[in-house]
Design a protein around this ligand. Structure first.
Ligand SMILES: Cc1cc2nc3c(=O)[nH]c(=O)nc-3n(C[C@H](O)[C@H](O)[C@H](O)COP(=O)(O)OP(=O)(O)OC[C@H]3O[C@@H](n4cnc5c(N)ncnc54)[C@H](O)[C@@H]3O)c2cc1C
Length: 435
């Protein structure tokens, strides 16, 4: 049984707060004796919290298949990773400023000295902060939309940040007794180091599967469905899960050797894996014209859009565009297992031409007991609204809602069903956005 995602998130925030909480045990009245002393304490705490946030964010980036389940899936885990990284960045920017303000109580020279001291320990802190700025800056779109692959390579600077940050804390930490200091930073450092070692070294041998492309079927003018046959042990997965695909075909005009996440469109019982891929950028465009025969690596599975392979409740499924894929996988699974599914699928697209897998989605209504299919065309029906939903799903409040599609559709649909009285615990979403 996996832990509830909110409990896992709570445990993570507690882990991040551990150095600061421990520091409170060793706080003395002298730490509150003047405004400068309080600012100094805040500066030390913000540094400790910031470094702990970065170390735990590094732990979360290990991407071990299965690790994401207790977070509610990899996309949710990644959102937590981003939040930790951003909070740590703000705290670490505040850290030297607070210490300088504290020292200003003594003199301006002391403040300047605290910032620009040439002591190696202080330099380590600055090196960590500058490296952190270098790889966080693109997140704020300072230099325009970040190129994903370049941004990922920049993330390797995290190793430099953590190394100098740890050295700075171990050598300069004054809040905790030396033995506690070593224990806490050593423990968190070891966790982060193990996660990074897994990602960079051992992930080549665990959770990766070799497949060969055996069929490429055009679904529309900008979507293909690839079929992959296993070359060794096949991947085991649940409907709605996704993998990272790395193609190696030399014919590819872009994206050879690059990994990209795609949801599996096949049923788990099929002998092949299937992936429906829509053109979005250069790598997905190149995949539209790939020919059968080349090898790929598949890493995963990740995500838990559907927690079980058999729905325990009635469902309303809202899909947008290529977001139909997890639902298609689930329906193919039901059909292969002769399993009923009490679900109403509303599939939102611009117009008839953009409806993907329409004949199959329609034909499955005759095969799967309880399954109903309704297309929604923005060009004809306008934006999705409560009237449209209740017209096709009158018992909305008795249903659990799954939504997958572009972020604006997720936001809109979530707002509508929340407004209609569905609780947030009964809404599951999956975004196909930057991971
Ligand atoms: C959980 C998940 C499941 C997905 N499932 C599918 C699917 O079943 N079918 C499908 O067609 N698409 C799916 N996607 C989207 C797909 O991963 C991106 O379209 C693809 O990575 C874009 O690569 P590109 O080089 O063609 O585009 P680029 O030009 O590199 O980027 C276009 C956009 O995609 C984003 N992007 C680029 N690389 C990645 C990446 N590695 N991870 C996340 N976002 C990225 C960029 O931020 C940018 O906004 C899924 C994404 C996620 C996160």
């Amino acid at each position: 049984m996996t832990a509830k995602p909110y409990l896992t998130r709570l445990a993570i925030w507690l882990l991040v707060s551990l150095p600061a909480l421990t520091a409170f045990v060793f706080v003395t009245p002298a730490d509150f004796s003047s405004a400068g002393a309080v600012l100094n304490l805040m500066g030390r705490l913000s540094g400790g919290l910031g470094l702990a946030g970065l170390l735990v964010a590094a732990v979360l980036s290990c991407r071990i298949p299965g690790f994401d389940q207790s977070f509610g899936g990899l996309t949710k885990l990644w959102q937590l990773h981003h939040k930790l990284g951003l909070s740590a960045f703000i705290l670490l920017l505040a850290h030297p400023l607070l210490l300088a303000f504290a020292a200003a109580e003594v003199s301006l020279a002391a403040a300047a000295d605290s910032l620009f001291s040439m002591q190696p320990t202080v330099l380590y802190g600055w090196l960590a902060l500058l490296a952190l700025m270098a790889f966080i800056a693109p997140t704020f779109h300072v230099f325009g939309e970040p190129d994903y692959q370049r941004w990922k390579r920049l993330h390797r600077l995290a190793a430099v940040v953590l190394m100098f940050g740890l050295l700075h804390s171990l050598m300069l930490g004054r809040t905790l007794p030396a033995s506690w200091n070593k224990l806490l930073w050593g423990g968190l450092g070891l966790l982060a180091l193990s996660a990074m070692a897994y990602r960079w070294l051992f992930s080549r041998y665990y959770g990766r599967y070799r497949y060969r492309i055996c069929n490429v079927a055009a679904v529309s003018d900008n979507v293909v469905e690839l079929s992959l046959q296993p070359l060794q042990v096949p991947l085991r997965y649940r409907p709605g899960q996704f993998i990272y695909l790395t193609p190696f075909a030399s014919e590819l005009l872009a994206g050879a050797g690059e990994e990209h996440p795609f949801t599996l469109s096949s049923a788990p019982s099929e002998p092949v894996l299937r992936l429906a891929i829509k053109t979005l950028g250069d790598a997905t465009k190149a995949l539209q014209s790939i020919t059968p025969g080349s090898d790929v690596t598949v890493e995963g599975p990740y995500g838990c859009f559907f927690r079980q392979t058999e729905l325990k409740t009635k469902g309303l499924w809202i899909a947008g565009g290529i977001g139909i894929v997890p639902f298609l996988s689930y329906l193919r699974h039901c059909a292969s297992q002769h399993q009923a599914a009490d679900v109403q699928l509303i599939y939102c697209v611009q117009d008839e031409q953009h409806l993907l897998f329409a004949p199959e989605l329609q034909q499955l209504t005759a095969v799967i007991e309880g399954y109903h299919f309704t297309p929604h065309f923005f060009s004809r029906h306008g934006a999705l609204d409560l009237d449209f939903i209740t017209q096709h799903c009158s018992d909305l409040r008795a249903r659990q809602v799954w939504i997958c599609g572009p972020p604006p559709l997720i936001l809109l649909s979530r707002g509508i069903v929340l407004g209609a009285g569905v609780t947030s615990g009964d809404i599951v979403t999956e975004e196909f956005t930057l991971l």
